[in-house]
Design a protein around this ligand. Sequence first.
Ligand code: C2E
Ligand code: CA
Ligand code: CA
Length: 560
Amino acid sequence: MPIGSSDSIIVREFDTIYKHALNVGDIGICKWNLDKDEMYIAEKITGHDLDSVKNMKEMLSIIAYPKDRDLALRDLEDYINRDTIYYQSSFRIRTKAGEIKWILCRGKIFKDIVTKDNVLHVLMFNVTGTKLHEGHDILTNLINDRFFIRKLKNSIKTAKAQNRRGALIYIDIDNFGSVVNNFGFHFGDEVLIGFSQTVDSLIDKDHELAKFPGDKFIILIHNFNNIKEVEEICNRIYERFKSPLLIMDNQININLSLGVTIFPDDSDDADELLKYCNFAISQSKQSGKNICTFFDKQVSESYYRKILIESELLNAIVKDELYLNYQPKIDISSNRVKSVEVLLRWRNGKIGNISPIEFIPIAESKGHIVKIGNWVLEEALRTANEWKEKGYKLEAICVNISPMQLKRKDFKANLLDLCNKYNYPPSKLELEITEGTLMEACQDNVNIIDELIETGFQIAIDDFGTGYSNLNTLIQFKLSTLKVDKSIIDHIENDKNRYVFESILTLAKNLGFKVIAEGVETKEQFDILTKLGCNRVQGYYFSKPLPKNEIELLLDKYSR
Ligand code: C2E
Ligand code: CA
Ligand code: CA
């Protein structure tokens, strides 16, 4: 079959379709000779007179909707700088008649066979109302999330290049769900329309409002000089929605949560910024809704760490990740280890070593402390029994107890069960509780302290000296020990601290309590304490908390 004849028919047919399309006004073509800066344009989409336009950039500047101009120019530039294989760009234009249309441009640079000039051939499609651009939210007439993210990426690039800052304000209608429940979906749509129009009227014309899925909206502020400008916009929005929105003759109250991120400070990654916005909104909701939160990286990191700790803590016992360290308490006059404090340790596969200062409060807030506390007690009593059988002469093994443990009605029974199980006398178990814990427990489980003491357990007041508020209540109990807080020992060389310490010694002597100084780190501290008449000490100066095998070496020497 001779080549050419059928080809030329196709070309001719194509020509006809093409001309027809050009006439209908849904397709346009442009050719831009980059070397000569000449432009050929055939289109009826925009209605603009583009005859004198010399190049593509000039054309885009004329036709693009002002808010999308930067993005349209950026797409072209990215292609010319070879960042992209094809030229493809979709954006809004404003026609001569003032109408907004969505267009899609596709093109590629070819070398002219004769002149060897570089020519960019572009096809322009009017895609308004079609699925081709997917940048438009049909309900609210705003741009949608996908298009927004492209704009955001562009804005971040510009902000970085120009050393400026921009912001995202994420808006969530707290009570949208209940509006839909009460009035139905159709009404919900009307609320979204009314809401978007109202918010749009509150922001400057170069800010961009977009509709995100559900009842979420977002404002892009390309740049600002002072963070106050962003706060001002948030306030404006809140102020407006203090009064109801009129929707189909109904006055509707709108409650909002706002979350703000700043770029590139918080991040220069669009997805990450949106994630941070979400986080900021969740913080707003947590603090009682109807407020605005600026994203704080530290807050978010500690929040996600807390969540991780919470979830990992659930399986810490089953996964055998908990273990104990033991710190000796020294009796100065006899130079012996008289008791040992049990300190919990946690090594997790994902997080590594986590200090009890961090995970105990989380375990307490989530209620896991009861299970963990039981594990500690059982482990401690098993060890204590072993040591008893090895012949170590310890007055006590000391275990830290949380308020939630003490509040349990079965706490004492549990303790007794464990003592029975390990054949260990209650009188050799010292429970370290803080003053606060004691007061809290007494409110819920009124007689618990008395009952424990009557059963023979020893009670030490931990961190003593940090709050004297309930001294009267405290001294009514037959406590065994006051454990003077490290903060007092840290500066025991100061007159004031020495005076406090001496008063505690006098008080304890009169009431028949022992006194121990905790957190003793230096010889100077140790010397002062001995001079004051303190006979018990604990701290790094003698020994850090040690693993079981290491403390046993000490006990071999000092507790036989
Ligand atoms: P705490 O009961 O006041 O324990 C004393 C803390 O100070 C321990 O920290 C200990 O390692 C540390 N320490 C001891 N001597 C020195 C010293 O000379 N210098 C310094 N800088 N620190 C010293 P750790 O083991 O990190 O425990 C922190 C807190 O966690 C404990 O404070 C206690 O409140 C809690 N905790 C630890 N284990 C348990 C447990 O099994 N149950 C409960 N409920 N709380 C526990
Ligand atoms: Ca303690
Ligand atoms: Ca303490």
